[in-house]
Design a protein around this ligand. Structure first.
Ligand code: MG
Ligand code: ZN
Length: 214
């Protein structure tokens, strides 16, 4: 019985996600669903990305958090349109939440929309929100066992940013293991190694994004 209820929720979500996808397509907005554990550096990477693509792409952001608007304030400080979704406890974003947030964004004046999902390595990957692509961030401080422990995220994301590489001297994680395990789960995955904090390694990421929606 429970399984039936869950599958019906996912079916309803998929229909709403298709509606969102049509809205994005009609507005010529390319959408990236950014997923990671809490603290992996999603918002810091977005801050760098807004600066890195300045003058190249018109960017908008939807921030998803259980509570607070602190991430939206960080993005708003950069002068790009942003809407904060507070899920009030839900550990992922769903298509209906995105639909509600769209009225607060100037879609016609945007080319690239980043949706920062709630920090969580499990269910954000299960919910289609109408995005073009899912992108993951894994920071080296989380350990190199995460691809094999949370395979769905790594299977569904088209790209992976291995973040906080400036901290590699202080942690046991092997970037090579993260790469190998991720590519075994998802052979087509594009992988970047970067530090969103220092800005190093981000140029290939900017160039990859700059091709999106063209
Ligand atoms: Mg954040
Ligand atoms: Zn969830």
């Amino acid at each position: 019985m429970n399984i039936k209820v869950v599958s019906r929720i996912l079916e309803a979500n998929d229909r709403l996600a298709e509606d969102n996808r049509k809205i994005f397509r009609d507005s010529n907005v390319y959408v990236i669903n950014l997923m990671s554990a809490p603290g992996a550096g999603k918002t810091t990477l977005l801050e760098r990305t807004v600066s890195g693509l300045s003058g190249k792409k018109k960017i908008g952001v939807i921030e998803g958090d259980i509570a607070t608007d602190s991430d939206a304030q960080r993005i708003a400080a950069l002068g790009v349109p942003v809407v904060q979704i507070n899920t009030g406890g839900a550990c992922h974003l769903d298509a209906n939440m995105i639909r509600e947030a769209l009225s607060g964004l100037p879609l016609k004046d945007m080319e690239l929309l980043f949706i920062e999902n709630v920090g969580n390595l499990v269910c954000p990957a299960e919910f289609d929100i109408g995005e073009n692509e899912k992108v993951m961030i894994l920071s080296v401080t989380e350990g190199d066992d995460k691809p094999l422990k949370y395979p769905l995220m790594f299977e569904r994301a088209s790209a992976l940013v291995i973040n906080k590489i400036d901290l590699l001297p202080f942690v046991d994680a092997s970037v090579q293991k993260i790469r190998e395990d991720s590519l075994r789960l998802n052979p087509g995955m594009r992988i970047f190694e970067a530090s969103a904090k220092t800005g190093s390694g981000l140029q290939p990421w900017f160039e990859w994004l700059n091709q999106k929606g063209k």
